[in-house]
Write a protein that binds this ligand. Structure first.
Ligand SMILES: [Zn+2]
Length: 480
């Protein structure tokens, strides 16, 4: 029996006997069933009675949690997975913004988005905000939307274009036309506008904010990015009245307390991309600072040009960065941290419910009757890491990984089961990516392609050492 038949359209599904994390606090429900009918979670409880014909999934030994939500990923860039592993932010800006981003054709955006969308489902990420800033023509935008609607996950297309000032593309008739044609209330395809506020005192981004307000859509913006966006951008947004509930501030890693106060007071949220902030240089991953401002947090991966599309990694690195900073600050004062402030359940919350709140979807992000059935079962009976399951939040944050994602449901539909994607054509996605790589390599030339991937390494000066080096190489005992 093939899997698509097994989980036929409309067939209810029950996940039996898992450890359920409802994400309504620190509650853990061991030995609990989750029953899904249509696109909703219908019941959560032990030994549920379910209708005849319900598909049963054995969740015993596993963890059932809400699908994870990534609130900022440049999905089109997944076509270049890993290419910029050794980049800084400066090298990224030069490559994408100045030199080669314009080489991406609509089919290349399609290829990247398709692969990123599939990757997300495979990793238990059921919703991704596609921070799509490569949309330099309406054809690119259609290609992005086509790709997202071609994969059975939930996406928010955050429309952007790094090749033009936002006041130009956002006010163009073609942009309005795209919104009218493509953003039609599909529950699986939301919409935002994505652009950055560079701090020019004349506030040239104002017309783009006006368009967003007129369309009733939220804005997502890279804020507090060292060398690019600063407190000035936040202040301009605030003074002109464009900091609204629903605004997502991405990174917010090099802002002053004053900017955090403005974000907190106006109801926005911060999308923290710890892996990105740690190696690209936007600023220190800010959770340690923004926790004390009470600003809602969600997690994101930013781009697979450098990093993974893996929110387990986001949870892990965010806990590590936050705790590192607390220890460091404390040691600098001669003190010792005796109790960790940031807990494992908090990062799991940020990866699920925090993302749902950031995108204004209170029907996502928890496992409760009536909520949309976007669910993940983490279970891997073949793995020595799957037991003992003593601390389920700690298990998700520090032990589990993508390969442990056993089953994924989006909108009640099983899209992954027994570690295999259901009804996904990975071969077609691979062929699309290969065509894109061939095109980019061909346009750039072999030398530029290689150079882009292998930036120069700055020299490290070995420090003068006051001690005499041991000449261990001439030591007879080492030579044998
Ligand atoms: Zn970004």
């Amino acid at each position: 029996m093939s899997q698509p038949t097994e989980f036929g359209a409309g067939r209810p599904v029950v996940l039996r006997g898992g450890t359920v994390l409802p994400m309504d606090g620190r509650r853990v429900l061991p030995g609990t069933d989750v029953f899904v009918a249509g696109d909703r979670i219908s019941a959560v409880g032990p030994s549920l009675d379910v209708p005849e014909g319900t598909a049963e999934i054995d969740a015993t030994g596993g963890i059932v949690m809400p699908g994870m939500i990534d609130t900022h990923r440049h999905m089109w860039q997944t076509a270049l997975r890993g290419y910029g592993a050794d980049w800084t932010l400066t090298q990224y800006f030069v490559w994408f913004y100045l030199e080669y981003g314009k080489l991406f054709r609509p089919e290349d955006v399609h290829a990247g988005n398709t692969l990123a969308a599939i990757e997300a489902l495979d990793a238990g990420v059921t919703t991704v905000v596609d921070w799509s800033h490569g949309l330099r023509t309406p054809d690119h935008a259609d290609a992005a939307a086509d790709a997202l609607q071609g994969v059975p996950g939930r996406y928010v297309l955050a429309y952007g274009n790094i090749q033009q000032p936002p006041a130009e593309w956002a006010t163009a008739p073609e942009f309005r036309d795209f919104v009218r044609r493509r953003i039609t209330g599909d529950d699986l395809l939301g919409f935002q506008i994505a652009f950055d506020v560079l701090g020019d005192p004349s506030f040239p981004e104002q017309p783009a904010f006006e368009v967003a307000r007129d369309l009733g859509v939220t804005v997502t913006t890279h804020a507090g990015v060292w060398g690019a966006t600063s407190d000035d951008g936040i202040r301009l947004m605030y003074e002109h009245g464009y900091m609204s509930p629903g605004t997502i501030y991405v990174h917010a890693a090099s802002l002053s307390a004053d900017s955090y106060h403005r974000i907190a007071a106006t109801g926005g949220s911060i999308s923290v991309s710890t892996e990105s902030e740690q190696s690209a240089g936007q600023g220190y991953p800010p959770t340690w600072a923004i926790r004390s401002h009470g600003i809602p947090v969600s997690l994101s991966m930013d781009t697979s040009v450098w990093w993974s599309g893996d929110l387990f990694s986001a949870m892990r690195s965010t806990l590590g960065a936050d705790r590192s900073r607390e220890h460091l600050e404390s040691h600098s004062k001669g003190d010792t941290v005796t109790h960790c402030a940031l807990r494992a359940d908090q990062v799991v919350d940020w990866a699920t419910r925090g993302g749902a709140q950031a995108i204004g979807r209170d029907d996502l992000g928890t496992v409760e009757p009536g909520k949309k059935a976007d669910l993940v079962l983490i279970k891997n009976d073949a793995s020595p890491v799957s037991f003992p399951l003593l601390n389920p939040f700690g298990h998700v944050a520090f032990q589990a990984q993508r390969g442990d994602v056993h089953t994924v449901l989006v909108n009640g539909r099983v899209v992954k089961h027994e570690h295999r994607l259901v009804g996904i054509d990975l071969g077609a996605a691979r062929a699309g990516i290969e065509r894109t790589i061939e095109h980019l390599k061909g346009e750039m030339g072999e030398e530029a392609w290689e150079k882009g991937m292998n930036p120069d390494v700055p020299a490290t000066k070995i420090l003068d050492n006051p001690y005499t080096y041991t000449d261990y190489r001439s030591d007879a005992t080492h030579r044998r």
